[in-house]
Ligand binder design. Structure first.
Ligand code: SF4
Length: 303
């Protein structure tokens, strides 16, 4: 059923036409495995934590029909995020299935939930298409990282990263980006830290600005149609995540397609249960995180 959007979907509070994205393909499909997490970080954009059920843990039977539908739509990659994906008991079974069709990427905090299942993870070394991992290491030093995630989490995440690397998996790192940081200086600190821990210094690093917690309403500028045509081009609009990807979440026992990986706390971005139909929906840039995409080119993709 077609969602009826509020006026706010189309117009800013000042009455200007909002920016929007028309999806042109389904290149990447993200699955949200659930908001349960073994850690509880205050900054989490998903508001995840132990036992959290805002988004439910997914099972193989939830995910496999959507993998099949996505393959029919020409998807090139499957990605899995949480919460902590390794809390989904059937994650490895899901990864075996999805990687029999296309490459898979898993975002993990690298700590206990992953490490307790490392024997199972080893079975993913010989799949048809590769399974790779992105580990959250927010800051390049233990004291700064642990201040946000809890005592000892830097060492445990590094241990998870190293185990996956030593097993031969492709690994990358997700870090936080501060507003006024010097990217080169921060990246150098990461490179030195990688070297010190026996990792290649050229590991891919994906930096994210502060996305704020779910349901929050930070005061950011509105993105209008005029912004999107003056400061963006047809090509640059195609690089917004909602132009080429979707995210599937489980809510109230049903799998639902959302417009992108950054927005799952606003029902207007729930595009229904059909991936195929979701590709026809124009996406409004009314969410505060859309400003991060507009201003910083934020993307959850590896490239
Ligand atoms: S947050 Fe970014 S990717 Fe998501 S709907 Fe807004 S502009 Fe699109």
């Amino acid at each position: 059923m077609q969602r009826i959007h509020t006026q706010n979907w189309f117009k800013t509070p000042e009455g200007e036409a909002r920016g929007y994205i028309d999806p042109h393909e389904l290149r990447e499909l993200w699955f949200h495995t659930g908001t349960a997490c073994n850690l509880q970080c205050s900054f989490c954009l998903e508001g995840s934590g132990p036992g959290d059920t805002r988004l439910e843990l997914v099972k193989f039977a939830d995910v496999s029909p959507i993998v099949d539908e996505a393959i029919g739509l020409g998807v090139e990659q499957f990605s899995f995020t949480g919460g902590e994906p390794f809390l989904a008991k059937q994650l490895v079974q899901i990864l075996h299935y999805a990687s029999s069709f296309k490459p898979c990427l898993v975002l993990t905090n690298g700590t206990e939930a992953l490490q307790q299942r490392i024997e199972e993870v080893k079975t993913l070394r010989k799949t048809e298409y590769p399974v790779s991992f992105r580990i959250s290491i927010d800051k390049p030093t233990a004291s700064l990282h642990d201040a946000g995630r809890g005592e000892g989490t830097f060492a445990r995440a590094l241990q998870g990263l190293k185990s996956l690397y030593d097993l031969g998996f492709t690994v990358s790192v997700a870090r936080h980006m501060d507003k006024d940081e010097d990217h080169e200086v921060v990246d150098k600190l990461y490179r030195a830290m990688f070297r010190e821990h026996g990792l290649p210094e050229d590991l891919n690093i994906v930096a994210f600005p502060d996305f704020a917690t779910p349901g929050s309403l930070p005061n950011v500028p509105q993105v209008t149609t005029a912004c999107m045509t003056t400061y963006q081009t047809e090509d640059s609009r195609k690089s917004f995540m909602c132009a080429y990807s979707k995210m599937v979440v489980k809510q109230k026992g049903k799998m639902k397609v959302y417009a992108c990986t950054l927005v799952d706390d606003d029902e207007e971005y729930d595009l229904g249960e059909s991936l195929t139909a979701s590709l026809l929906s124009r996406v409004s840039m009314k969410h505060h995180r859309c400003y991060s995409c507009f201003a910083y080119g934020s993307s959850c993709s590896e490239n």
